[in-house]
Design a protein around this ligand. Structure first.
Ligand code: PLP
Length: 430
């Protein structure tokens, strides 16, 4: 019998996870029980601003009423059919999402890693059947410090020893170049171009610590890919859906109000677009791979799939989540608030030895702490931030990512900046 959970303390819940769960995460010591918009509450009733947003899955905020409603409505009507049959949600969703992002076709999956796996399989198949690469020899170029998920194939091209160590043997067929290094990409393509099927890249590297590449990098990479007949594959699982102040990070400074205007000069169109996380507003695991017919056409019945991929709940919720993004102008809000946030943080950086720099775009930002990546400084600051009512997490030792839900108001953001300022001051002079 399950014992009653009434009035259990944070410590008791943490003990349970510690005792019965695999130790594959190291969470901040806070136990959450409720979320609403930009806020979460712990089991003791303390309220926090959420500045992680479940790694940017919660762009639309916690428990958005329209998403809750969409979920409940569809869950009580039809939850799962498998793809053995048609359902009345998938088709409308496929039409909606392809028009929203401007591609011919979508392949629906669930988790981000699955969508990346799907893109890799699609890319390889395209390489053999369209580009004419000899079977079994296709290469995909990736970037150092990447994060694309946790499957065996994906960690095979990770440069993070924790992600990769003792999980081999690894999947071959990947070449890694330094991120933001156009010349390295040029060299690899000139040397192996006829065997390279794709280039897989995060337009901004989120997990690595919010590394924003030079303006010329993505455009140059897309151009090189075109020249060498290589698929340019953008992993926008974290950067997409308004997070960086444009619908997609590959939209650059596009001001299209969330409607992707493909004539926009700054838009760098990927051949393969990978989405996840906020595609469902964090309500349900929904991911997708988008591409045009000339690419997606290589996948035939029986060659790829997922029991839950494209299920009615996922389809229904994702449509609503994208509609919310547009209706509430969250992309524009992210852009506006992002500038204010970086201005405030820049002042802190200018006046503190503790901080090296602030960087980011839209509401995907990071502050680099003046300490070694092995130090516990960033972690200790995050614990102190939590005490002061704001939840954020270090990415790589000395980097703290700040990524609140995009439904935040300016007033709330200013209060959060005050909390962050106050916390840094408190850390230096306790
Ligand atoms: C989170 C993330 C993934 C993996 O998504 P999961 O849903 O955790 O499998 C892949 N790529 C990027 C850029 C991500 O941020």
């Amino acid at each position: 019998m399950r014992s009653t959970t009434l009035h259990q303390s944070s410590q008791e819940f943490m003990n349970l996870e510690d005792r019965y769960g695999a130790h594959n995460y190291h969470p901040l010591p806070v136990v959450l029980t409720k979320g609403e918009g930009v806020y979460v509450w712990d089991v003791e009733g303390k309220r926090y601003y959420d500045f992680l947003s479940a790694y940017s899955a919660l762009n639309q905020g916690h428990c958005h009423p329209r998403l809750v409603n969409a979920l409940v409505e569809q869950a009580s009507n039809l939850a799962l059919t498998s793809r053995a049959f048609y359902n009345d949600q998938l088709g409308p969703y496929e039409k909606y999402v392809t028009e929203y992002f401007g591609f011919d076709k979508v392949l629906p999956m669930n988790s981000g890693a699955e969508a990346v796996e799907t893109a890799i399989k699609l890319c390889r198949k395209w390489g053999y059947e369209r580009k004419g690469i000899p079977n079994g020899e296709a290469l995909i170029v990736v970037c150092g410090q990447n994060f694309h998920g946790r499957t065996t194939t994906i960690i095979s091209f990770s440069s993070d020893p924790d992600a990769k160590g003792h999980f081999g043997p690894y999947t071959p067929g990947f070449i890694s170049i330094p991120y933001n290094d156009l010349e390295a990409l040029r060299k690899v393509l000139e040397e192996n171009g006829n065997k390279v099927a794709g280039f897989l890249v995060e337009p901004i590297q989120g997990e690595a610590g919010v590394f924003v590449p030079d303006n010329a990098f993505l455009a140059g990479a897309a151009e090189l890919c075109r020249t060498h007949q290589v698929l340019f594959m953008a992993d926008e699982i974290q950067t997409g859906i308004g997070r960086t102040g444009s619908l997609l990070a590959v939209c650059g400074n596009c001001t299209c109000e969330g409607h992707c205007e493909r004539q926009e000069a700054t838009y760098i169109r990927p051949d393969v677009l990978i989405l996840g996380k906020a595609l469902s507003g964090g309500m349900y695991p929904v991911s997708a791979v988008l591409a045009d017919d000339a690419i997606m056409g290589v996948i035939k019945p029986g060659q790829h799939g997922s029991t839950f991929g494209g299920n009615p709940i996922a389809s229904h919720v994702a449509m609503e989540a994208l509609e919310v993004l547009r209706d509430e102008k969250l992309t524009q809000n992210a852009r506006r608030l992002g500038k204010l946030f970086r201005q405030r943080m820049q002042k802190l950086v200018d006046h503190s030895d503790l901080l090296v720099l602030v960087r980011g775009r839209g509401l995907l930002n990071a502050v680099v702490i003046n300490d070694s990546p092995e130090s516990s400084t960033a972690w200790d600051i995050c614990v102190l931030l939590a005490k002061n009512g704001l939840l954020a997490k270090p990415t790589h030792g000395n980097i703290i990512r700040f990524a609140p839900p995009l439904v935040m108001t300016e007033e709330q953001l200013m209060e959060c900046c005050d909390i962050i300022e106050q916390t840094f001051r408190e850390y230096v002079m306790p």
